[in-house]
Design a protein around this ligand. Structure first.
Ligand code: EPU
Length: 420
């Protein structure tokens, strides 16, 4: 079994370069299915979720070739099927973006239930509601958990989402891009990856306005053309390294970022007493005094992201005093706490809140990643802990962090990946 072995307690110093955003690329690769032509996608992170989504579109008939580690050439001039492979779909959440893309391309889609991290119930009612308002007929086979969509009468429409959902916003945007007429999506997600998808589609000929605000307006076009597009930097990977630098009392520069995307995160780091220096496309995180306890609540963008909640909890275990972290997006995203407490930290869960009595030294231990960001949380705790930690279940971490071991080594961490 592969494990990470981390000898912690060393302040992270130097520079780290952030990769392309996972949650943008897993939407943009399916979006290429809407293009009867070739797209070259740059700044693609080399992570297993990208491998999975590329395999899914290859199964559909896309011709995929890697130009280099971070650039992929995808030709969707001809496709074979609107039916998505069940085993592949189960590997990741974003497989549901194939619904929106196949609706637009084929007027029909058969997509099995998506996989992904387990945060309790992860409904897709808002995706289905959006598709139906656009004129689709959907049926979900209870036994098989397969969504079958007939979009032969697809047309633009108004959709007001009941909840702010990244997935539903992206999926319905994909379906509406080639839908005749005008679509207005209200109460949409404003995350940078939603904007990145709209920018990609617009650069291929779509007419989408308002991405990044509460209302997205889409004028359906008849076709998209090919082109080259570069994925935005990963806001969550950046926040993960910022947390690791702060937790180790380090001083390092996080490069290749869009500082604006990190506003909610840097604000909390400043409140904690971390020194943050912002530049055009990088920022410096420096700890030169003991950090102060803070309270954090995760909410949709531009608020503090839920995908950094486990990492900030790990950081706050190292900070003296009682910090409270409230999860405001998912009903249940504290499954990883059972692992984190193995470091001897004092965390109590009360409903949607984690109450952290931080500041006692972390004890070395063996833990496992219970999901992607939970894995990042374990790594941050291990880096802050004076001792040796072993982390298993690395397949989760591999889903979303490119070159993690190399990047941490560049920051001076003592980390190895071993096969035990
Ligand atoms: N929701 C509904 N109905 C729906 C869809 C969502 O009630 O039809 C609820 C969910 O239960 C949740 C909230 O709305 O309470 C937000 O869910 P959302 O749809 O925004 O999440 P998602 O699209 O499934 C994406 C990211 C997650 C991230 C969330 C929230 C991708 C592939 N995944 O998931 O990222 O936590 O948005 O920002 O983009 C991760 O990267 O580690 C990760 C889990």
């Amino acid at each position: 079994m592969e494990k990470l072995v981390i000898h912690g307690g060393k302040p992270l110093k130097g520079e780290v370069t952030i990769s392309g955003a996972k949650n943008a690329v897993v939407a943009i690769i399916p979006a290429v299915l809407l293009v009867k032509g070739r797209c070259v996608i740059e700044n693609v992170p080399d992570i297993s979720d990208v491998e999975s989504i590329l395999k899914m579109i290859e199964f559909i008939g896309a011709k995929v070739s890697k130009i280099n580690k971070n650039t992929v050439d995808i030709d969707c001039t001809e496709l074979d099927t609107y039916i998505v492979d069940k085993e592949l779909a189960a590997k990741m959440r974003a497989s549901y973006y194939l619904m929106g893309a196949l609706i637009g391309r084929f007027g029909k889609a058969v997509v099995p239930s998506p996989g992904g991290c387990n945060f309790g119930v992860r409904p897709i009612d808002q995706h289905i509601k959006g598709f139906e308002l656009l004129g689709c007929k959907t049926s979900i086979c209870e036994n098989d958990d397969v969504v079958t969509i007939d979009a032969s009468e697809l047309c633009g429409s108004d959709v007001f989402f009941d909840v702010v959902s990244v997935g539903a916003t992206i999926n319905v945007m994909l379906a509406a891009t080639l839908a005749p007429g005008k679509t207005v999506l209200e109460n949409v997600a404003k995350e940078p990856h939603v904007v990145d998808l709209a920018n990609f589609l617009n650069s291929m000929g779509a007419k989408i306005k308002g991405a990044g605000t509460d209302v997205i307006k889409i004028e359906g076009v008849t076709e998209l053309h090919g082109g080259t597009y570069s994925i935005i930097p990963d806001q969550i990977e950046a926040g993960t390294y910022m947390s690791a630098i702060a937790a180790t009392g380090g001083d390092a520069v996080v490069k290749n970022i869009i500082p604006k995307h990190l506003d909610a995160i840097t604000a909390k780091f400043v409140e904690m007493g971390t020194k943050i220096e912002e530049f055009d496309d990088c920022l410096r995180v420096c700890v030169d005094a003991p950090l102060k306890k803070i309270n954090v609540k995760t909410i949709p963008y531009p608020g503090f992201p839920t995908d950094l909640q486990p990492q900030i909890v790990a950081l706050l275990t190292t900070v003296q005093g009682k910090s409270i972290v409230t999860e405001g997006v998912w009903d249940s995203r504290f499954q990883y706490i059972d692992e984190l407490v193995k470091f001897g930290v004092d965390i109590e869960i009360s409903g949607r809140q984690a109450i952290i009595n931080g500041g006692t030294p972390l004890k070395s231990c063996e833990v496992q990643a219970t999901d992607l960001r939970a894995g990042a949380s374990m790594i941050i705790a291990a880096l802050a802990c004076n001792g040796v930690t072993k982390i298993s279940n690395l397949r989760y971490i591999d889903r979303g962090y490119e070159n993690l071991v190399e990047k941490l080594k560049m920051l001076g961490a003592d980390i190895e990946r071993i096969d035990e």
